[in-house]
Write a protein that binds this ligand. Structure first.
Ligand SMILES: [Zn+2]
Length: 223
């Protein structure tokens, strides 16, 4: 079920007050229009009617897609220490409430950025698993290890034969594309499964670059 509340927000730039619909929960199957707005970056995004200032309303959002067996808990947060704290809290409260029993065999993801939320939806909509995609993203960045720190790699799209990744170089202010055959994805997925990676969650998981790094360290010999 999709749930929203009305909030009054004061524009951070011109201080004009306006009302905004804040979505707390979006269920993809019930609300295809909302999902489409989310993918366009319109959900919980405040645009001031007076000065045009854009800002994300800092409200947690739960995204649920029963068909893809995907639940994403999004809590906007930039600070790494607070991010871990929020993650620990959600794990604890879910355990206490027993709500995870509603999601057998689901992929349960915890994210703290809007881009990450949209990227996860796109990955699963394209029929891929983000655990393999995160490993490939890291391998793409490692191809130019000297520039790794200044680059971000994001899932782009797939035509069925190849997966296109977008590599943003923040220092050079450039965006490159990198293509990886879907057959490589399949090979890495088998290797990950063989090395013990589970492709369903029994709890909330943070599947990001740190996840991929720790995985590559652990299975260095097989990947
Ligand atoms: Zn304004």
């Amino acid at each position: 079920m999709s749930i929203s509340i009305k909030e009054t927000i004061k524009c951070p730039s011109c201080h004009e007050k306006s009302e905004i619909t804040v979505w707390q929960s979006i269920t993809a199957s019930d609300s295809p229009d909302l999902k489409s707005d989310l993918l366009k970056g319109k959900i919980n995004m405040f645009v001031c009617g007076v000065c045009g200032q854009k800002a994300l309303f800092p409200s947690p959002l739960l995204y649920c897609d029963d068909e893809k067996k995907l639940v994403i808990s999004f809590s906007p947060q930039d600070d790494n220490a607070k991010k871990q704290q929020l993650f620990d809290e959600i794990k604890k409260s879910s355990k206490k409430s027993g709500e995870l029993e509603n999601y057998p065999d689901y992929n349960l993801r915890f994210v703290t950025s809007y881009n990450e939320l949209l990227e996860k939806i796109l990955i699963f909509d394209s029929g891929f698993n983000d655990k393999v995609i995160e490993v490939i993203k890291l391998l793409v960045l490692m191809q130019d290890s000297e520039k790794m720190a200044q680059r971000v790699c994001m899932f782009g799209k797939s035509d069925g034969a190849e997966i296109e990744f977008l590599v943003q170089d923040r220092r050079e202010n450039q965006i490159y594309t990198s293509r990886v055959p879907v057959s490589t994805y399949e090979t890495i997925k088998v290797q990950m499964r063989d090395s013990g990676v589970k492709f369903k969650s029994f709890d909330w998981e943070m599947v990001d670059q740190d996840y991929a790094k720790s995985l590559l360290r652990g299975v260095n010999n097989t990947l």
